[in-house]
Unconditional design. Structure first.
Lengths: 280, 78
């Protein structure tokens, strides 16, 4: 059933029970990834290669935190307590990509998060723009308007760094693991919530469809930069030149590996330093 | 502010409403057009712009003066 020919849901209560948990899981996953990505951007407010890049990181951090706040707040309708979600969870309860467990090693690593992971989150969010869950419509459009400039920033830095041989080598080292992680993040083709949400008309694409959209977006640019991670098919679509290893895939946490946020990141993201002020 | 090699100057123009004239609102240094667009939008964000465009300074044609237009560097105009 496509999103357009099925009746919409105005509140979480209208969503069929069998879809409600999956939708809440998707919103929490997006909220967690955006909150953490915002933290990674914020770590470069000072120390970015140029003043303009530092300002851009500040703007992108604020955007991501705004988006995550909107998403956590939406979960209230699903019976969740946004304050608990934001401040009271342990590392294993975060539904974040493994790429956000630890800070990137250097600026090139941040560019990989900016260009690949931020774009993956946007592709997933874009799949909700005509969702049967109607509260998403306006919010998705606002998020995507801001994300347009995150993509430009990642693309601009990728092109800038790819101008030298040393830059291309550093990019390839940073982008290769992020590339596979992002492709897996859309979910294994056999199952998981992304498949069920497409079947239920909440999202307009499943894992393979999302992967194709992401590849069409980032593929031409990495190819142009001489990184060879993607290949163009005869019909103009793009495919990954990197085979995916699913052996460590955890379908419930939507990530590879058993790890999680490091202690410093966990303390920062849930605001442990301000715990005494969280009285209400 | 130090400049990395390969940086270019971009002039930023914007209007708040469709019927407004496009006005010069600033200058930004960036290595390419994608970064010029991102920096311009994220730096000049005090207003809600209806439209913003950037143009490389190299694209400007001097009309009445012999020297290059906009001779001040971004550091000087800040």
């Amino acid at each position: 059933m496509s999103p357009s020919d099925a009746p919409g849901f105005r509140t979480a209560d209208d969503v069929p029970v069998e879809l409600r948990e999956d939708l809440a899981g998707l919103l929490l996953s997006l909220a967690d990834n955006k909150r953490l990505l915002g933290m990674r951007y914020s770590e470069w407010l000072l120390g970015a290669p140029t003043l303009e890049a530092g300002i851009a990181c500040s703007a992108m951090a604020q955007d991501e935190w705004g988006h995550s706040r909107i998403l956590y707040a939406m979960l209230k309708d699903f019976g969740e307590d946004p304050g608990q979600l934001e401040h009271e969870r342990e590392a294993a309860e975060y539904l974040n990509s493994e790429l956000l467990d630890d800070p990137p090693a250097d600026w090139t690593g941040l560019v990989a998060l900016n260009f690949l992971l931020d774009a993956a989150l946007s592709v997933q969010i874009e799949s909700l723009k005509d969702s049967r869950f109607e509260p998403l419509h306006y919010k998705v459009r606002k998020v995507l308007e801001e994300e347009r400039f995150h993509f430009e920033h990642g693309r601009g830095w990728l092109e800038r760094l790819a101008q030298t041989e040393a830059g291309r080598e550093a990019l390839l080292a940073a982008l290769t693991p992020a590339w596979a992680s992002c492709l897996r993040w859309f979910g294994s083709p056999e199952g998981g919530l992304v498949v069920r949400l497409e079947d239920g008309g909440i999202s307009d694409a499943g894992p393979d469809g999302l992967r194709a959209r992401w590849l069409d977006r980032v593929g031409p640019i990495v190819r142009q930069a001489g990184l060879g991670l993607a290949e163009r098919n005869a019909d103009g679509t793009w495919e990954s030149a990197v085979a995916l290893d699913w052996s460590a895939w955890d379908v419930s946490r939507r990530r590879s590996g058993e790890g999680g946020l490091n202690a410093e990141t966990l303390a920062g993201v849930r605001g442990d330093k301000n715990r005494t002020m969280l009285m209400d | 502010m130090g400049h990395l090699s390969g940086e270019h100057l971009y002039e930023i123009f914007a209007r708040q409403k469709r019927e407004d004239r496009l006005e010069h609102i600033g200058t930004i240094s960036a290595p390419n057009a994608a970064l010029a667009r991102a920096y311009a939008w994220q730096t000049y964000d005090e207003q809600k712009w209806f439209e913003m465009v950037v143009a490389p300074r190299e694209a400007f044609e001097a009309v009445n003066r012999d020297e290059e237009p906009f001779t001040l560097s971004p550091a000087e105009v800040r």
